[in-house]
Design a protein around this ligand. Sequence first.
Ligand code: SAH
Length: 247
Amino acid sequence: MKQAFKNIRIVMIQTSHPGNIGSAARAMKVMGLSELCLVAPKRFPDAQATAMASGADDILEQAMRVDSLPEAIADCQIVIGTSARSSRSLQWQLRSARECGAYVAEQSQDKKIAILFGRERSGLSNAELEYCQSLVHIPCNPDYSSLNVAAAVQLMAYECAIHINNSALATPDVKQEPVVDNQTMEQFYQHLETVLQEIRYLDPDNPKHLMRRLRRLFGRIDIKQSEMGILRGILSAMQGRKFQKRG
Ligand code: SAH
């Protein structure tokens, strides 16, 4: 199995019906994906999940189970949200499932990617979308665009797998410096927000959408560990102190 498959994590958030978790596990396994993460599932483990998983109970057994989204994506460099809607008021970079499959195939060679799936009733919350650098929508009937969540997992897994299998992309032979993970980005955003308040660029009583827009901006680029050191160093210098590098 190509490394790219192992680098894709399917994250299901607060899934209500255990049958959907089982169906998603099956959908993943048939396409060659294996990493499932469940964020605060309503009922799990559950006989319905096992029944719907059919022969994919190994995916359920190995599934990570966490209480919050940051835990699910802490070690991921790319976080993609799925949306049943094709537009949102504040624009994230939006890809079709097909475009996203090509993007994931390319990026998953050397980066860990999380694809987030929302609740059956309400999808992903705005707070959860803040963690995403981009969104993906499965194009369908505009008057009836909400798929069952396990069906959405199936389609996304298919698009990713088809592109990985078809990809003639050579594995990069030069070891490149890795891109920072989500936990590091969150620490950066917290530091940035603090400094922006200290220098009075950001008014906490009237923040508008500044942090969201900055997340969009920094989310579009691949920041390497050494570059993050520079950014944190600049922020610390603005605060008049030295940034202590970890590790
Ligand atoms: N009413 C909710 C729909 C939730 S459907 C909403 O408006 O967001 C449950 C989940 O299935 C979604 O959170 C998403 O992860 C996935 N999903 C359903 N339809 C989709 C589509 N057309 N494109 C991408 N993901 C979809």
